[in-house]
Write a protein that binds this ligand. Structure first.
Ligand code: CUA
Length: 349
C-alpha cells in the first residue's frame, strides 16, 4: 500500500530517488509517516468520539474504572515491538549506507571555504562539479583544509561531515544520469550558502568520453532524465575557483602525482617502495596491513593511519623503528596528501 501511494504521487515532497539506497531510505521514511498518521487518527479520532459520546449530561455518572492487565500489556507491547522493528529496519538501511563495496571507484574530496575540490584516479581535478559513472559504486574520501563542512546529495540521501585533520567517507551508486544537486550542510562562514555543487552522473559512453578528455554535450538535470519534466535548474553554484591556489600543470594519474610527491618531499629517503627496510618501514603493502607499535598496540593501516603517520609521526612508533621522523605538518597540502594516499594504496603487495 505504501509504495502504491508513493507511486500515486504521495512522496511528501522528497527529491527524486537517484540510488537504490534512496529507495530503501524512502520506504522506511514513508512507513514512519504513515504509521504516525495512523496513530494520530486513532488517538485523536478516538478522543473526539469518546468526548462526544460521554459528554456531560444531567443524570449521567461515570462508572468507576479499575485497571485492565490485558489492555496494559497491549499498550506497552505493541509500541515496543513497533519501535524495535523500526530500529532493526533503520539499522539495515544505515548499514547498507555506510558500507561501500570493495570495488568502488574512489574520488578524493577536499572541502574549503567555499568550494569543493575533487581529485580522480586518472589525475584530473575539478571544482564544484563531481563527475561519476552511472551504475557503479563510487566512494568519496573526504577532508577539509579549514573548518567543518557537510557533504550532502539530497537525491542520493547521503550526507557526511567533512572534518579537517581526518578522512571521512561516503559511497553511492547512481542510477539516474544527469546533474544532481550537491550542498554544504554545515554552516562554514560567510559564503556557506554559496558552497553549492553538482554531481554529474555520466552514462557509460559519456564516462569514456570524459575520461578521454572529450567535450561532453549539454547534460540535463537528473529530474528531466527521470521524468522528462521541465526541471528547474536554479542557483548556479558560485565557483570560487579564483580562491584556489594556482596548481601546477597536472600530469599523469593521481597515483603518479602521488609518486612525485613521495620523491620530491623526501619520503623516499627513509621509506622504500619495494619492501626493503630503511630508516623507516617500507610502504609496500602497507595499506590494509596490521601494524604493530612499540607500546604493544596495533592498528590496520588505512587512510587516517597513513595521514597521522605523516603529520604526527611520533604519536605511534612502529615496532622495530626509532622515533626519528620529522612532522610534515604545513609542508604538504591536502591535494598532495590525496595524491600520496592514492600512490600508497597502489603499492599493495
Ligand atoms: Cu562549507 Cu557550509
Amino acid at each position: 500500500m505504501i509504495s502504491l501511494l508513493a507511486a500515486a504521487g504521495f512522496s511528501f515532497g522528497l527529491p527524486i530517488e537517484g540510488t537504490d539506497i534512496a529507495g530503501s531510505y524512502d520506504r522506511l521514511y514513508h512507513f514512519l509517516v504513515w504509521l504516525s498518521i495512523f496513530f494520530f487518527v486513532l488517538v485523536v479520532g478516538g478522543m473526539l468520539v469518546f468526548a462526544y459520546k460521554y459528554r456531560a449530561r444531567p443524570g449521567l455518572k461515570t462508572t468507576y474504572i479499575t485497571h485492565s492487565a490485558p489492555l496494559e500489556v497491549l499498550f506497552i507491547g505493541i509500541p515496543t515491538l513497533l519501535l524495535l522493528g523500526i530500529f532493526a529496519w533503520g539499522y539495515v538501511v544505515y548499514h547498507d549506507m555506510i558500507t561501500p563495496p570493495s570495488n568502488a571507484y574512489e574520488v578524493r574530496v577536499t572541502g574549503k571555504q567555499w568550494l569543493w575540490q575533487f581529485q580522480y584516479e586518472n589525475g584530473k581535478s575539478t571544482i564544484n562539479d563531481l563527475y561519476v559513472p552511472m551504475n557503479r559504486p563510487v566512494k568519496l574520501i573526504m577532508t577539509s583544509t579549514d573548518v567543518l563542512h557537510g557533504f550532502f546529495i539530497p537525491n542520493f540521501r547521503v550526507k557526511q561531515d567533512v572534518v579537517p585533520g581526518m578522512y571521512s567517507t561516503i559511497w553511492f551508486e547512481a542510477k539516474v544520469p544527469g546533474k544532481h544537486h550537491l550542498f554544504c550542510t554545515e554552516y562554514c562562514g560567510t559564503s556557506h550558502s554559496g558552497m553549492i555543487g553538482r554531481v554529474v552522473v555520466l552514462t557509460p559512453e559519456q564516462w569514456v568520453d570524459w575520461n578521454a578528455g572529450k567535450k561532453l554535450g549539454d547534460i540535463p538535470d537528473a529530474r528531466e532524465n527521470l521524468a522528462q519534466l521541465s526541471a528547474d535548474i536554479s542557483g548556479e553554484g558560485i565557483a570560487n575557483a579564483a580562491l584556489l591556489p594556482k596548481t601546477p600543470q597536472q600530469v599523469g594519474t593521481l597515483a603518479m602525482q602521488g609518486r612525485n610527491v613521495f620523491e620530491t618531499k623526501g619520503c623516499v629517503a627513509c621509506h622504500s617502495v619495494d619492501g626493503t627496510s630503511k630508516i623507516g618501514p617500507s610502504v609496500k603493502g602497507l595499506y590494509g596491513r596490521r601494524v604493530q607499535f612499540v607500546d604493544g598496540t596495533h592498528r590496520t593501516a588505512d587512510d587516517n593511519y597513513v595521514r597521522e603517520s605523516i603529520l604526527h609521526p611520533n604519536s605511534q612508533i612502529v615496532q622495530g623503528y626509532q622515533p626519528v621522523m620529522p612532522t610534515f605538518q604545513g609542508l604538504i597540502s591536502e591535494s598532495e596528501m590525496n595524491a600520496l594516499m592514492t600512490y600508497v594504496k597502489e603499492l599493495k603487495e
